[in-house]
Design a protein around this ligand. Sequence first.
Ligand code: 4AD
Ligand code: MG
Length: 468
Amino acid sequence: MDDRRLTIKEIFTEPERYWDEQVTVAGWLRNIRSQKQRVFADLNDGSCFDNLQITCAADGDTADIYRGLSSLGVGSAVYATGTVTQRPDGLPELDLTALAVEGESPPSYPLQPKRHTVEFLRTIAHLRPRTNLFSAVFRIRSEAAFALHKFFHERNFVYVHTPIITGSDSEGAGEMFNVTTLDISNPPRTEDGAVDYRQDFFHRHVNLTVSGQLNAECYAQAFAKIYTFGPTFRAENSNTPRHAAEFWMIEPEIAFADLDDDMELAEAMLRYVIKHVLEYCSSEIAFLNRFVSPGLIKKLELVANSEFDVITYTDAIAELQKAETEFKYPVFWGADLQTEHERYLSEHLVGGPVFVRDYPREIKAFYMRLNEKDDFRTVAAMDCLVPGIGEIIGGSQREEREELLLERIKEFNLNLDEYWWYLELRRYGTTKHAGYGLGFERLIMYLTGVNNIRDVIPFPRTTGTAEF
Ligand code: 4AD
Ligand code: MG
């Protein structure tokens, strides 16, 4: 049955090539409409977002196929063979000459053709990729990942795989998942009663990485322009629509570069990905624009073609203090920006993406470069905030001066022993350098208009949930 097997994408891309040809496609039935004279069904084979309509008459040569297809359940997997014909609306459809059932799907199949809530679909994460919504989201996710690699590749960045298991806390925030093979109900103890990690697998204490940055910096000091793109893990006990315990991050790191170079790169990257997705995922974006986030296309086109605003943290605080909006969290110089503040800045003050730069040293990570221009009260940090989400990128120029970095590690009470190699980068041919992390799921939320992080990662891991 496989002799003229095509994908639906091939048929939709060049239908004129296949008019009146006999072909076979293999996929899953999304919808079956059996009428007296004919049966129609929508077949999706995963090759593209769109379904191919398959059909046959109730009488004549196709009577058996009519009966077979009419009796199948939604969700069944089939091989459909037939002639490619043109519908009145110009689209191709398949006039069946044969139908072979690969795997039946009984009426208990939970994805009957009707609207389902995203909350319900999360309970069937193993099946939800078969819905339109998740088909659109996960195709876009795949294209966006590819676009990011393409962006960095075109700019001659080296792609570095940083480790998942690590001994250091690169954000210094202590939100780490421990990794151990010790018997946690009865771990070996040191003389003073602490768990003796010297007897653990790595002969030391390790955790899952919260960011590849520190390792990425090492490679930037050799290849000048690098990026890493991998899973990161945070044991943040926050149950919000934009935090996941396991998420993917893209982290470029550039040598001989300062914070302005860093923001320039981030902006170019975001605009590049948006343009790519608008071009290569037009069906998916059109669907989302229609059913999930009205105005999505306009928003993305606008961002792809306009420059991002930049504001200092100090000015941002002044703007927030002037705002008419009642904020839940207090606004004062030195306060960390909360999502409500971030959203106000991007949604109301700017009406698009905005970089906030030069944050107080106390609220940002130890490795960020102290700003002389602000008497060392601020660091050369930047966050990119977007409407609907808030922060999607966090980055900074790094402290390349060894003595100042040492001071910061002490200021944050971090364990100096874990950073000896990181400090050595500052001793041997140190350069001014910068980088950032783009939360990949936050990007996908932005690109799709989907407002919960649980619906843009295939199998979300959040506090209290790790099913599937
Ligand atoms: O701002 P963050 O913590 O920065 C870093 O990790 C730096 N080491 C990056 C760098 O400079 N190389 O995280 C970067 C981004 C955030 O802006 C956000 O988009 C995302 O990662 N992020 C999360 N996404 C989903 N769930 C979480 N719990 C996230 N925490 C951060
Ligand atoms: Mg951040």
